[in-house]
Design a protein around this ligand. Structure first.
Ligand SMILES: NC(=O)c1ccc[n+]([C@@H]2O[C@H](COP(=O)([O-])OP(=O)(O)OC[C@H]3O[C@@H](n4cnc5c(N)ncnc54)[C@H](OP(=O)(O)O)[C@@H]3O)[C@@H](O)[C@H]2O)c1
Length: 298
């Protein structure tokens, strides 16, 4: 990774797993890293763990609950009045397949709200701060789940109110993240927002994502990656001079579950221009945000 001195990154979900490893690696390269997540104690513990290895690491914790749009807005307002610029936003936080259908403070299905819509809103709110940086990047985490069987944007029942299926709701949320990352680049190009937007995924990596929901990964550790390995595509997307806007990076071995970094397969669903436009419009309505308009962007 090139030296990151003077650059400021915000990593959502930086208290654990891939977000923690991303925050740590960015800090090691000299960046100022803001770890944003729900629990200040877990935030402090993450910072202390990193500082045990790197006493001079520049880290700060900011409270963010992506399941509450008021919390998203409050974070953006705080950062707007304290940061000179934001060089990188890493839309990483997430949860996976709660057995019972949960809802956000705004009444939305919890995986859609946290994994996708909160990040959609956060990115819009932070756009002015990103635009103050040289070469600002937004990296949004998707998943191989976005191209798993049944992965689709379920416009007829976007919030899975009628027939809750935890896996399909997770797949929808990660497909939405991928569509968002690619569309953000397209709109930025058309409207001149000056943002580089890239999608990434970690293959399958051992983190708290599954056990936190009371389940465990299959006992095949040799198949999967460590959280640090899983962070590589995100870190590449966030910092590599040759990472390209509008691309999707991930591991390229064994069905993209692990292996060397490269371009990830983009499912056809993610390229359906009509669905992408509809999702964007619905997301602006649901999140009560409006990206800068451009007659050519829609
Ligand atoms: N692990 C994998 O194999 C895998 C595969 C494909 C994609 N991914 C994606 O990778 C990303 C990171 O997952 P991970 O595996 O590192 O999971 P993890 O270890 O469970 O970490 C999830 C992070 O998200 C934060 N978070 C959860 N709910 C939040 C909320 N409402 N508001 C703000 N932050 C919240 C958690 O922080 P607090 O609890 O402290 O708030 C935690 O830091 C996710 O987007 C996931 O979909 C992971």
């Amino acid at each position: 990774m090139p030296a990151q001195d003077g650059r400021i990154y915000l990593v959502t979900g930086g208290t654990s797993g891939i977000g923690y490893e991303s925050a740590k690696a960015l800090a090691a390269a000299g960046a100022h890293v803001i770890i944003a997540a729900r629990n200040p104690q877990r935030g402090q513990e993450a910072i202390e763990r990193i500082r045990q290895e790197m006493p001079d690491a520049q880290l700060q914790f900011e409270a963010l609950d992506l399941a509450d749009l008021a919390s998203v807005k409050a974070l953006a307002t705080r950062l707007d009045s304290t940061l000179p610029h934001l060089d990188g936003l890493i839309n990483n936080a997430g949860l996976m397949e709660p057995a019972e259908r949960g809802t956000s403070a705004d009444g939305l299905e919890i995986q859609f709200a946290v994994n996708y819509l909160g990040h959609f809103a956060l990115t819009e709110e932070l756009l002015p701060l990103l635009q103050k940086a040289d070469n600002p990047r937004v990296v949004t985490l998707s998943s191989i789940a976005a191209r798993a069987r049944g992965a689709a944007i379920n416009f007829a029942d976007l919030q899975f109110e009628q027939d809750y299926d935890a896996s399909l709701a997770y797949r929808q949320s990660k497909l939405a993240c991928l569509m968002f990352a690619l569309e953000l680049q397209r709109r930025s190009d058309v409207a001149g927002w000056g943002i580089t937007s890239i999608a990434s995924h970690p293959g399958v990596s051992y983190t708290n994502l599954l056990p936190s929901q009371g389940r465990s990964l299959p006992p095949l550790p040799f198949l999967f990656q460590t959280a640090a390995q899983g962070a590589i595509p995100t870190l590449y997307a966030a910092t590599a001079p040759d990472a390209i806007g509008g691309r999707y990076y991930g591991p390229t071995g064994l069905m993209e579950v692990r292996g060397p970094l490269g371009l990830a397969r983009v499912p056809a669903n993610a390229l359906d221009a009509q669905a992408v436009a509809r999702l964007w419009s619905v997301s602006e309505t649901l999140s009560r945000t409006h990206y800068p308009s451009s007659p050519l962007a829609d």
